[in-house]
Design a protein around this ligand. Structure first.
Ligand SMILES: *Cc1c(COP(=O)(O)O)cnc(C)c1O
Length: 383
């Protein structure tokens, strides 16, 4: 090994484990970012991203940056000062959207829910109808809490009000159905390091024709040069004009990761995520643990587990890393110290991940004097 880092099983909120084939793709010899072979690869990546997002949107591409850069691109192009933007916040990532819209001079109408609860659809609809709404934004799978939101009723209310809809699909894409065209989503972004099992560094993104039209009718230019949709379209659209140097190696990795996702097949991949999550749920009870989120609202790729009162989770998580060689996530915001976040994403969504993490959690709970039946937990997971 060239660098001194441990080999860990990544079962936290991301990055997820990357298969060897995708890692190897990173090492492919470089070509120029305007080389015909690379342009062909760009076309393939765009086509495959459309399949994943279930969309015909022309403007579908990987933004050079992590998932958050996708959020930035959508908002700096779609929001103008004074625009009324309804934002659902029920976790950390909705809060980021609010921050950026405020920076852009938009008028934020926030519909919030406690961490761990889902968005109140009626409250969202009421907020959308409460004034001339320009954009409605919320998170599909909240990685900070483990809640999955059904975007359809909210998107419908937005369309009826003439508003555009933006959906954060960073964690859901590749692990649960994301159907932009059928759902009526105008702007969606994701990240490579969650259910796509590619290293962090790109933000797959798609904008509808309505969103592009809105952007071309702006009264002011977007306040970002790097993320200006019009300029980016010069490179990723037909003309292939230099804008910035595409991160060639990361696009190799994404191309390889997307091939893998489509080879498995979306339906089978989603089923795998659901089945592996269900196995984890079954294994928690014998450990004396339960999920934070009610069964119907859980997102399969990220499970929030409520910890016993007074349990020193920081030390226990460190032991899980050092001795069991597994990374899991701690709680964020109001959930800090109260929960663990177990990610079963992409290549990590396997039965062996479930049994390994149940064993590790059970061991540290027992060491701290909590009753936890590890053999029963792994047996329940396997049934
Ligand atoms: C991880 C994540 C992000 C942020 O992505 P980065 O790649 O860390 O920039 C945004 N939203 C959700 C739901 C996420 O899970």
């Amino acid at each position: 090994m060239v660098l001194d880092v441990p080999e860990l099983l990544l079962l936290g909120p991301g990055p997820s484990p990357v298969p060897d084939r995708t890692l190897a793709a990173l090492g492919t010899p470089l070509v120029g970012h305007l080389d015909p072979a690379f342009l062909e690869l760009m076309d393939e990546v765009q086509t495959n991203l459309r399949s994943l997002f279930c969309t015909e949107n022309t403007f579908t591409l990987p933004v050079s940056g992590t998932g958050s850069s996708g959020m930035d691109l959508c908002l700096v192009n779609l929001v103008e000062p004074g625009d009324r933007v309804v934002i659902g916040t029920h976790g950390v990532f909705g809060g980021r959207m609010k921050d950026l819209v405020q920076r852009l001079g938009g008028e934020v109408v926030e519909v919030s829910a406690e961490f761990g609860q889902s968005l109140d659809v009626e409250a969202m609809v009421g907020a959308i109808q409460g004034g001339p709404t320009s954009l409605v934004a919320f998170v599909h799978a909240e990685t900070s809490t483990g809640v999955l939101t059904d975007p359809v009723p909210i998107a419908k209310a937005a369309a009826d009000a003439g508003a555009l809809v933006m959906l954060d699909c960073v964690t859901s894409l590749g692990g649960a159905p994301v159907e932009l065209d059928r759902w009526g989503i105008d702007a969606a972004f994701s990240g490579t390091q969650k259910c796509l099992s590619v290293p962090p560094g790109l933000a797959p993104l798609s904008l509808s024709a309505r969103a592009i039209e809105r952007i071309s009718n702006r009264t002011s230019r977007p306040p970002s040069w790097y993320l200006d949709v019009g300029l980016l379209n010069g490179y990723w659209g037909g003309d292939r004009v230099y804008h910035h140097t595409a991160p060639v190696s990361m696009i190799y990795a994404l191309a390889s990761g997307l091939q893998r996702v489509l080879e498995e097949g979306l339906e089978l991949r989603f089923a795998r995520h659901r089945e592996v999550a269900a196995a984890l749920y079954r294994g928690l009870e014998p450990l004396g643990l339960e999920c934070l989120v009610p069964a119907a609202e859980r997102t399969p790729m990220l499970t929030t587990v409520v910890l016993p009162e007074g349990f020193d989770e920081v030390t226990a998580r460190r032991t899980i890393r050092d001795q069991h060689r597994i990374e899991i996530g701690g709680g964020l915001g109001s959930l800090k110290g109260r929960v663990w976040r177990i990610g079963l994403m992409g290549h990590g969504a396997q039965m062996t991940s479930v049994t390994r993490v149940l064993t590790a959690m059970g061991d540290v709970l027992r060491e701290a004097g909590h009753p936890a039946d590890v053999p029963a937990a792994t047996a329940a997971a396997r049934t």
